[in-house]
Design a protein around this ligand. Structure first.
Ligand SMILES: [Zn+2]
Length: 312
């Protein structure tokens, strides 16, 4: 049994292959990281199942992390619901589930480390101001899914920054992606489906690392916590592939080892839309209440779209 807070005592062990040669084999540590803002649906089951299988098939550890930093939407009964559903499905995790809400000090320390090196800057913009700036630019700079930040606060002088900070104006913190990439140099990450991918420094622009309201944001929290939980195989939906470019950069800046990635296909409904939490009829609780067994629910995600993945 591995504790999420325990020391990572052994990353490699030796296996003797059929020819009698010693091979080093990495002990896989994977995780499932849902947000307790709703009940699990079949898309979650697929994600949990892939992370679970990857770890268990190799004698590794499967960890659970509640990504509960979006406090207004989090409810205590959803933590319990997620854990009940996973246990009912037989996807039991090792150790105690980690809650991101208990990790704010770690995110603050990571931000401070970036701030000391001038790799982040305060952003005072409201959503409205960002939209106005895009309109002024004529064409918003495009990212893979949405327009990217127009760089308004990057242009502030340090005096202007100080004046705003001293006046008590609330701010988030953005990564200075250009400066960060210059420091880190060319990077790649490895995905078990897509192979070696060069990190594109301009893909997502100056992302928010700390939101005004919650003391962190997705990109920072996930990198810091995957490092803390010593996750060496990050499995998640392919919709997050573009985020990995930022995550790889943050790992270098924060001295966190690079995990292997597996960005798996998403489960879609009959209309080809991504399953969303609001599809209550597909929640695991509803499927269980309708009389399905755990095996039958797991079968609904079978064959997993990621079944063709060949681990190398
Ligand atoms: Zn701004």
């Amino acid at each position: 049994m591995h504790s999420s807070k325990g020391a990572f005592t052994c990353t490699l062990f030796l296996r003797i292959d059929s020819a009698g040669a010693k091979q080093s084999v990495m002990i896989i540590r994977s995780r499932f990281a849902p947000s307790p803002t709703g009940r699990l649906h079949l898309g979650h089951v697929l994600a949990a199942r892939i992370a679970f299988s990857l770890a268990r098939d190799s004698g590794g550890a499967f960890l659970l992390r509640h990504e509960d930093i979006d406090a207004p939407r989090v409810r205590e009964d959803f933590y319990q619901g997620i854990e009940e559903d996973l246990e009912w499905l037989g996807l039991k995790w090792d150790g105690t589930a980690l809650r991101q809400s208990s990790r704010i000090a770690a995110y603050e320390a990571a931000l401070e480390s970036l701030r000391e090196r001038g790799l982040v800057y305060p952003c005072f913009c409201t959503r409205r101001e960002i939209h106005d700036e895009w309109a002024r630019m004529g064409a918003a700079p495009q990212g893979p899914e949405a327009p990217i930040y127009p760089g308004t606060c990057h242009k502030l002088t340090s005096d202007e920054q100080q004046t705003k900070l001293v006046s008590g104006l609330s701010c988030g913190w953005r990564l200075d992606s250009r400066k960060a990439h210059e420091l880190a140099g060319p990077l790649t990450f490895r995905d078990l489906r897509f192979g070696e991918i060069p990190v594109d420094p301009d893909l997502l622009g100056d992302v928010v690392l700390v939101r005004k309201d919650i003391g962190t944001a997705y990109h920072l929290a996930v990198v810091v916590d995957d490092g803390f939980q010593q996750i060496n195989h990050v499995t998640r939906g392919e919709d997050l592939l573009s985020s990995t470019h930022v995550h790889r950069l943050l790992q270098v800046l924060l001295g966190i080892p690079a995990p292997l990635y597996l960005h798996h296909p998403l489960m879609l409904d009959e209309a080809g839309n991504r399953l969303a939490k609001r599809c209550d009829s597909r929640s695991i609780a509803a499927l269980r209440d309708s009389g399905l067994t755990p095996a039958q629910v797991l079968d609904l995600t079978d064959p997993p779209p990621g079944a063709a993945i060949v681990l190398s």
